[in-house]
Design a protein. Sequence first.
Length: 141
Amino acid sequence: MLDTSFSDLCRSCDSTYFVCSVSVICPIDFYKHDGICKRCSIGCGECSDFDTCTACDSSLVLTTLTNSTVTCKCGSGFYGVEDSSTDTLNCLACTGTCIECDGTSTTCTGCSTPNFLLGNTCTTTCGTTKFGDATDRVCKD
């Protein structure tokens, strides 16, 4: 006989095994961890855990980082600013000759032709001790 005296504490009960099985369905922007819904990282619309996005909020791009984390970032020519009050990642344009930037509009990580990346700045010349590599647009030793 199935003991149902505590069945109201469960989301569902499995009558085959006489055990309570928690069946939690988390809303969008959340993932299930140990039966608890936890929020995905900012910009991530769906995720399997905090470090693994499976879908992004609109206008964001799914990106795999070097540490195998799958996250959502702004597209080319933009950088993201987190707004924790609205749980969104706002994309702002890179400025000047930066075609890629990170953290601020002027912290360049990629430059448009004919410029080259020197540190985090785009420049037309690499100085006297470096040369501009046309394949990746970076000043090198």
